[in-house]
Design a protein around this ligand. Sequence first.
Ligand SMILES: [Fe+2]
Ligand SMILES: [Fe+2]
Length: 385
Amino acid sequence: MQSSALFTTTCRVASFPSGGAITLRRSKPVSVVANQPRHPSHHHKISHSMPPEKAEVFKSLEFWASKNILPLLKPVTKCWQPNELLPDPAKPVDEFMDEVRALRERTNGLADEYFVVLVGDMITEEALPTYQTGMNSLDGVRDETGASPSPWSTWIRAWSAEENRHGDLLKTYLYLSGRVDMVMIERTLQYLIGSGMAVGWDNNPYLAFVYTSFQERATFVSHGNTARLAKEGGDPLLAGICGTIAADEKRHENAYVKIIEKLLEIDSNETMLAIGNMMRKKIIMPAHLMYDGRDPHLFESFSHVANRLGVYTSNDYADILEFLIKRWKLEKVEGLKGDGRCEQEFVCNLAPRIRKVQERADERAKKMDKQGLKFSWIFNKQVHI
Ligand SMILES: [Fe+2]
Ligand SMILES: [Fe+2]
């Protein structure tokens, strides 16, 4: 999406010695042997990049997290549940079947390419075991017992439990719609969970919470856009479903953004280094290793369609970055050391550069012939980008 030259650095970044050089993009298709999970072609080697003494920062924030982060979770009884937004199987069979029939009719106005994006979003949600595993790899906040009462662990478990409803709801809706090949979707999901994700957290909660701040907002934006398109396509109930999920993502975004805001207040240099580090690596979507057993470029193909439909675009990426810069008041952060100031300058100037590169890429794309992409998820039908 963006030129890697954008992300190279002349700064010396003390805490993350090779941060600027890391890229996780696949440079070529990875050969796939049946049943063997795929891995990115670039394995980066940093792990546990947070200095051990920084674990104390998270320990000292436990009271703060209990008071400021845990309240952003909703009590279970106040949460929506997938079955409340779907045809009700407890109704008499005719009524249930009528509801299913109506659901299927409502999707008639939605194009196949819309379903490609909705499936990709659903698969991203459904790979939740990977994200909970990732959170539990983080030094200083991981759930040490599996049922630890620490607020960080409580958050990780309850956040996962909230997220779990997103994939359940979308998957059931897609199943009932009859518009998609559920076996190929389920296969993709099994491959994806088997592959994991490699987005450069390095077991470091500073890095991970920068990533999740960005990522929750990205999912808020994309579910908001699938809601808008569903409404325009004549399916207000699906619009409601996507909008309901988007509202959860917004609440999650708020929590992670608050954590980074607090870290900037008490440990500005380390936090600024973490923001710079993640932005140099680029925020790679969590389902970047998706594969259906056929298309080695499935994630790129899905991303192209999402970009073309305006569900998640390069401009959204730059918008999110600008939103976070403003929200965290990054231009005004004081007390930084030389390396922190360098990252501050880099991050605060990045969005316009991303937009410029993207404009050039869009110009080039306009001159190219329309491309057809086939997706197994929609019975190998072709969509045009
Ligand atoms: Fe979600
Ligand atoms: Fe979320």
